[in-house]
Design a protein around this ligand. Structure first.
Ligand code: SF4
Ligand code: SF4
Length: 336
């Protein structure tokens, strides 16, 4: 049966820091109370019920919420009846060993580095993943986007990863977002096992001084050292193009060509194969602002330099729209 829906409604689950929801996409970041279930009582079963209803509504032509109407992820096609979870977004804790000036969690962290306390008030995800596996709710081709806080300081991360990596008859892929201040061998193991998996590191600077200003920690040299290690590890499986390095342009902080050039040179020197240009958009979700023309110009410059220097490039579709429309208002663009 053909109808309008998206892969997240059909098979998604997003563990945010305070609620569980279909997706963690830009268009879905506004609060749509019915689809953001707080971690109270049997929230997991409640979520499953709500998602089933949402799929039934999509079949009748009703998308879950207003944000979905403008979302580029909506497709009109024959959807698989198999509604096991295939799209995981894991961003359920705020702990991090740095404090980026563009972090979407700034309203919670107030710019402080947040360390785990013995009794963390945040959701323990390991038992939920275990339960989902036991109930056969995870699709063997599932994709896990693990975002943050910082996964290498999440206490239950090794348990979650080991559990997922040891599943037989499963071909799970991961997008592992890390700041690379700490090396974690499980990331290399995941990259070695699946060519769809990637490790994504936002360096955002070409020098130690700027890095320190952006992230409130003097850890540039550690990041470069750990990146080299991830690349060396990934070379063994031929998946070294899956170590992706990003530069997020933040107005008045790192928006200059010299720094971008230095970033590109360093990436070349240490053997990075894939780069991702980006502009700061997280804080625009919290406090909508105006698009700065300079960001767009530098974004295009970065793309040119990435190509000229022979790297592979990954871009976010919605950033292309933002730059093209010179606005953070995604409702300007509608594919649907
Ligand atoms: S259509 Fe977009 S906003 Fe709506 S659930 Fe899907 S990804 Fe999220
Ligand atoms: S590494 Fe990620 S979680 Fe940590 S401060 Fe930066 S953006 Fe936020």
């Amino acid at each position: 049966m053909s109808y309008k829906s998206c892969k997240f409604i059909q098979g998604g689950i997003a563990f945010k820091h305070d609620v569980i929801s279909f997706c963690n996409k830009l268009c879905g970041t506004k609060r749509y109370e019915n689809f953001n279930i707080p971690y109270e009582g049997d929230f997991y079963n409640k979520y499953i019920e709500i998602r089933e209803k949402a799929i039934e509504n999509c079949k009748k032509g009703i998308l879950p919420h207003e944000g979905c109407r403008y979302c580029p992820y909506v497709e009109d096609k024959d959807w698989d009846e198999d509604t096991r979870f295939r799209e995981f977004e894991i961003t359920h804790w705020i702990h991090c060993n740095c404090s980026c000036c563009y972090c979407s969690l700034l309203s919670q962290t107030k710019g402080k580095i947040t360390r785990f306390k013995t009794k963390s008030p945040y959701l323990q995800l390991f038992p939920i993943i275990k339960r989902m596996l036991k109930e056969g709710r995870i699709h063997p081709e599932a994709f896990f986007s693990i975002v943050g806080g910082e996964l290498t300081v999440l206490k239950e991360f090794p348990d979650i990863m080991k559990l997922l990596l040891k599943q037989k008859n499963a071909n799970y892929a991961f997008c592992l977002h890390t700041n690379a201040i700490k090396y974690e061998k499980l990331l290399s193991e995941a990259v070695a096992r699946n060519s769809r998996t990637c490790v994504s590191v936002s360096v955002d600077a070409g020098s130690r001084d700027l890095f320190k200003r952006m992230k409130k920690i003097d850890a540039y040299n550690d990041v470069i050292k750990n990146l080299k290690r991830y690349i060396q590890d990934a070379k063994k499986s031929g998946n070294d193009n899956r170590i992706v390095v990003k530069y997020i342009i933040v107005p008045n902080v790192n928006d200059n060509k010299e720094e971008i050039d230095k970033w590109i040179k360093t990436c070349k020197d240490i053997g990075v194969k894939t780069l991702q240009p980006a502009i700061e958009f997280c804080s625009h979700i919290i406090t909508p602002g105006t698009f700065k023309e300079k960001q767009g110009i530098l974004y295009e410059y970065m793309k040119e330099q990435i190509v000229v220097n022979g790297f592979d490039m990954i871009t976010y579709d919605f950033l292309e729209d933002i730059v093209k429309n010179k606005s953070f208002d995604l409702t300007i663009k509608s594919n649907n």
